[in-house]
Design a protein around this ligand. Structure first.
Ligand code: GLC
Length: 786
């Protein structure tokens, strides 16, 4: 609140600012600077990657590496020069120059053309009781993206962003703390972009020019000032390096990129069976059904309600026969229930797995099962125990786990009893041998729960990939889980906001993201639901969900017109599965997001800097959805180059221009870039319905190269190199489009199939796929050019 209604008086101590450099010394890749009683260091980890640390008392502490998967020593050595002058120390890598002013200890970086970035402000590094901070300059026309899960629009300049995982119930565009905390952002202006990863799990905050225009600040309430500077200049390069630091995502099972249906709750076996059959009868593709908390007995995790789900194994197996995977929700709160033979509680107590307060008493709070206790997921033994508990679910066929309430969300009184949100006391001991306190690891609770789930599923589902979804996480959550944006609302504003929210998640290294289609809280109107399903088709995770006591939100509840729209867009999603799957491979190998703001691909075009209502899927498909009621026209920005209307094939040659799109309810404006290669398949009712004997390559005339990725979509064989890639190049000369398909590389082989190559406006050709080179020419014949 104070953030938006003016600053309240503060009793905080003033900052002690770092002094001048008195001496410096190089130790291998790290240069340590002595400044009076404090020290700071700069480690050169890669040509575009620096790590800066400040030890206010002059002692660098051993820092546990919670989010960073690579120790400084694990980066390949690189050449760099260090030069000393009277006034400065200068470090040069092959990509950047770093200048350290000795009289102030200010650090400035320059690109090879001498453009400054990540320049320390006049007050550069400082500390006071319980906090450390760093300040840097905001350049003219600099814009700020990422910051993990954030509401509002795309660019976060002049805002304050706090990193503290919170149950952000009822969030809106002014909400600060969200479910995920990812202390990472990208600063960008024409030709220059860099990322900052603030390596702290304690409460931390970025102030992007809110307090002082022209200066951004990072502050944390614990440990050291420890941050990484990642130079681009392209956002893609920043994300590649950032995901080398915090980890890449694994490939998801292909079925998890199909359509998911969820509701709080499909509360009984009968309801679930009817739901599933409804999808099949109506020929609306669906792969996944989620079971919310009511499948459990009295909300006890790892139990089933005998009254409502008398034979879950049979249900799950029947669903499987009908092509559905089942995902169950698991919350961290374990019902406090001594002497009731509740095995999860009993085992946790026996082994002392639950979080205790500093005075040694068991911590408890209130969640769905009322009085509950909470596993200490920081501990490896607890993670293993929790992971193994999933065996009871995987044994009966559960294919994925949905982790909720893991910020953790806790009340001080039973739900519905007017309580307030609390969290574990900040001094609650956590970790093996209680080696830290909740203040340091609060932000990691969701991440470690998701890790425990992911590892449990890998262990117990053996050769099959699983799906994990988590509401809370920290930097690096992409290694274990997909995420969704928590409890949104059935409001047009939330539909609009979903795009910049997901784009900023993608710019924070988390590619497998989605929002509840239709909105969780409240009732969607028919029009809102239709528009949301169109946008939902673009979400990497395509899941519809709705809350208890709201109207149903399945594709058919709004009448035939909306049902047809839902079917059409879900069908399109299924046709685009090879395209999406290749994007997931890009995310898994390079950290690139699937859903991208235009600024990601056009970082030198200032028109894209605040563009929040258009997105790219990969680099070639662009959507300009409608997100307001009664609107059938909208302005669409076409960045430089040639674009094609997806639906009509109309060609726009000028680029860097606006057009007015006509979009009746049936239509979401969609465009393909010249040269786009879009691999597509037939519509199936679920991903593995039948082997596909056709692959279509939809091509838009232009010049480009594309790599298609394929594997079995379900096992871990791809990690043993059983996958294939196919390079497709498109070139356009005069009236001819030449499509060259290079021989398939790699060990994975498709079944016998035809490849149909369709060039927009120029017809199609097809051939039997033998994995060999193929050169196809397409010429305009209908309207010969004279
Ligand atoms: C939380 C979740 C929501 C879920 C509900 C009941 O509000 O965010 O998705 O349906 O709890 O489990």
């Amino acid at each position: 609140m104070p953030q938006y209604f003016g600053k309240l008086p503060t009793t905080d101590q003033p900052w002690t600012k770092i002094g001048q450099v008195e001496a410096w010394k190089q130790y291998d890749r790290t240069i340590i600077f002595d400044c009076d009683s404090s020290k700071f260091s700069i480690a050169v980890l890669a040509p575009n990657l620096l790590r800066v640390r400040l030890a206010p008392q002059g002692e660098f502490t051993e820092r546990p590496s919670w989010a960073v998967t690579r120790d400084d020593s694990e980066w390949a050595p690189i050449p760099f020069d260090v030069n000393d002058t009277d006034t400065s120390v200068q470090i040069k890598t092959e990509s950047i120059h770093i200048y350290i002013d000795k009289s102030t200890s200010r650090i400035t970086c320059f690109d090879l053309d001498g453009r400054p970035f990540a320049t320390d402000a006049t007050t550069n590094m400082g500390w006071r009781l319980g906090a450390v901070a760093g300040w840097k300059c905001i350049e003219t026309d600099e814009h700020f993206y990422g910051f993990g899960e954030r509401t509002g629009l795309l660019d976060k300049r002049s805002e304050v962003k706090t990193n503290w995982t919170t149950d952000a119930l009822d969030y809106g565009s002014l909400t600060d703390e969200m479910y995920h905390a990812i202390p990472f952002f990208i600063a960008l202006r024409p030709h220059v972009a860099y990322g900052i990863f603030f390596n702290t799990t304690f409460w931390s905050q970025f102030d992007i020019g809110a307090e002082q225009p022209g200066v951004w600040k990072m502050e944390t309430r614990g440990g050291e000032l420890d941050y990484y500077i990642i130079y681009g200049p392209k956002p893609a390069q920043i994300l590649d390096t950032y995901t080398q630091l915090t980890g890449k995502m694994p490939l998801p099972p292909k079925w998890s990129i199909g359509y998911h249906q969820c509701r709080w709750s499909y509360e009984s076996e009968e309801v679930v069976r009817t739901l599933a059959q409804e999808f099949r009868n109506r020929r609306i593709p669906c792969d996944v059904i989620h079971l919310d908390i009511d499948y459990m007995q009295g909300f006890r995790v790892f139990t089933w309600s005998p009254a409502r789900f008398s034979n879950p194994e049979k249900l799950i197996n029947d669903l499987k026969q009908n092509g559905f995977k089942t995902v169950t929700i698991i919350d961290p709160g374990v019902k406090y229930e001594p002497e009731a033979d509740y095995h999860v509680f009993d085992e946790g107590i026996k082994n002392d797995y639950f979080v205790r307060q500093a005075d040694g008493r068991l911590f408890h709070g209130y969640v769905w099962p009322d009085k509950s206790v909470f596993p200490d997921f920081l501990r490896a033994d607890v993670q293993k125990w929790w992971g193994d508990l999933h065996k009871s679910l995987t044994d009966i066929g559960i294919a994925g786990i949905w982790n909720d309430m893991n910020e953790p969300a806790i009340n001080d009184r039973p739900f519905g009893d007017g309580g307030v949100h609390i969290w574990f006391p900040l001094d609650a001991p956590q970790g093996k041998e209680n080696n830290t306190t909740h203040a340091e690891v609060h932000n990691l609770y969701g991440l470690n729960m998701a890790k425990a789930s992911a590892e449990g599923l890998i262990k117990h589902r053996k050769s099959e990939r699983s799906f994990v979804l988590t509401r809370s996480g920290f930097a690096g959550v992409q290694r274990y889980s997909s995420v969704w944006m928590g409890d949104n609302q059935s409001q047009w504003e939330h539909l609009e906001m979903s795009l910049p929210m997901l784009c900023n998640m993608g710019l924070s290294g988390v590619a497998f993201v989605g929002c509840d289609i239709g909105g969780f809280a409240g009732n969607a109107t028919a029009e809102l639901f239709a528009r949301w399903m169109q946008v939902g088709m673009l979400y990497p995770l395509m899941r519809a969900h709705s809350a208890m006591s709201t109207a149903r939100h399945e594709p058919w509840v709004f009448g035939e017109r909306v049902e047809n729209i839902c079917r059409e867009y879900i069908n399109l999603r299924y046709q685009l599965i090879p395209f999406f799957y290749t994007l997931f491979w890009q995310a898994a190998t390079t950290g690139a997001p699937l859903i991208r703001p235009l600024v990601y691909e056009y970082p030198n075009d200032p028109k894209t800097y605040t563009l929040s209502d258009q997105v790219l899927l990969g680099s070639d498909l662009m959507a300009a959805p409608i997100y307001r009621p009664g609107v059938e026209h909208r302005a669409v920005y076409l960045p430089s180059g040639t674009w094609y209307d997806w639906w009509t094939g109309e060609k726009y040659v000028d680029g860097a221009t606006h057009i007015l799109a006509h979009a009746p309810l049936e239509k979401m404006p969609l465009y393909a870039r010249a040269g786009a290669v879009i691999p597509m398949q037939q519509v199936t009712q679920y991903i593995d319905e039948h082997p596909l004997n056709e692959l279509q390559l939809l091509i838009f005339p232009g010049n480009s190269e594309y790599t298609l990725y394929e594997d079995d979509g379900n096992s871990f064989e791809y990690q043993k190199d059983i996958y294939s890639t196919t390079k497709i190049s498109v070139s356009t000369e005069a009236e001819q489009v030449i499509v060259k398909i290079a021989p398939r590389q790699g060990k994975w082989k498709p079944i016998r199939r035809r490849i149909i190559v369709k060039v927009q406006g120029l017809g199609e050709q097809s051939f039997e796929d033998e994995g060999k080179e193929n050169l196809l020419r397409f010429t305009e014949t209908r309207f010969p050019h004279h």
